[in-house]
Design a protein around this ligand. Structure first.
Ligand SMILES: [Zn+2]
Ligand SMILES: [Zn+2]
Length: 252
């Protein structure tokens, strides 16, 4: 290999490392294709695929037919129309997501967006604009980025749909939803979101795809969806990287 070829190869590698993490995006073991999971981590993830609840995307063991809705959604229909996720939030996926969110592993965003664009292809197809669940500006300063807004940017670039990262804002800071009961989560986000005044015209009559990293009880995305629908959206779908799947599915 000549010195020039070596330099070019190194430059290419550096450029790829800047876009994608050099190792497995979960365990950091060296792998051949950057921005991927290694052969050990890939089968550990529980990918969510049909059959699932037509509304909240809760996976079913058996196919009950198109349009089938889970007991929880029947009892209390969510505000959003449909929610879909790439994989289950569990021991296998937790560290990978928390590392992205809290340890500046933002170079995982293109890979996550790639997976999300496939898992949410139907929702993406039906949407006019894509927006994230917003962070309060105080938390944004602390964390330096909104993990959901990064996903929005990457997904929008992949699928060529308009992204509006500041469509929603948080009126006041809220405590983290982590560790709160379903009821406390609802209370915590009630009346917290508002449509950014300068974006109201763009929202009017639009079908919105709302992006977040994890769907837990649905309290946050429901509160955002309510705000978007009251602000003039005609439909809100939700796409997340992962979702909590409890046997009873009583949370959403
Ligand atoms: Zn791995
Ligand atoms: Zn459901």
């Amino acid at each position: 290999m000549s010195a020039t070829t070596r330099l070019l190869t190194q430059l290419q590698k550096t450029a790829l490392d800047a876009i994608f993490p050099p190792g497995c995006i979960s365990c950091a073991e060296p792998i051949d294709t950057p921005g991927n999971l290694c052969a050990n981590c890939w089968p550990e993830m529980t990918y969510i695929s049909a059959p699932f609840c037509d509304k909240c995307g809760f996976p079913f063991e058996f196919d009950a037919g198109d349009g089938f809705v889970c007991a929880t959604c029947l009892k209390q229909p969510p505000v959003f129309a449909r929610a879909r996720a790439v994989f289950k939030y569990d021991d296998a996926s937790r560290d990978m997501i928390l590392g992205y969110k809290h340890s500046d592993q933002t170079n995982r965003a293109p890979t996550f967006a790639n997976w999300m664009s496939r898992a949410g292809a139907d929702l993406i197809n039906d949407c006019d604009i894509i927006c994230p669940v917003p962070l309060h500006h105080k938390r944004l300063i602390k964390r330096r980025f909104n993990q959901s807004a990064l996903l929005v940017r990457e997904i929008a670039a992949l699928v060529d749909k308009p992204a509006i990262p500041d469509l929603l804002t948080r009126k006041r800071p809220t405590r983290s939803q982590g560790g709160l009961s379903a009821k406390a989560r609802l209370r915590n986000v009630r009346g917290v979101f508002e449509v950014t005044a300068a974006r109201k015209a763009q929202l009017h009559g639009a079908r919105v795809l709302l992006i977040d990293d994890v769907l837990t009880t649905g309290a946050t995305v429901n509160a955002c969806s309510k705000c978007l629908l009251e602000g003039g959206a005609i439909k809100v779908d939700v796409l997340t990287l992962s979702r909590v799947v409890r046997a009873s599915n009583t949370a959403i």
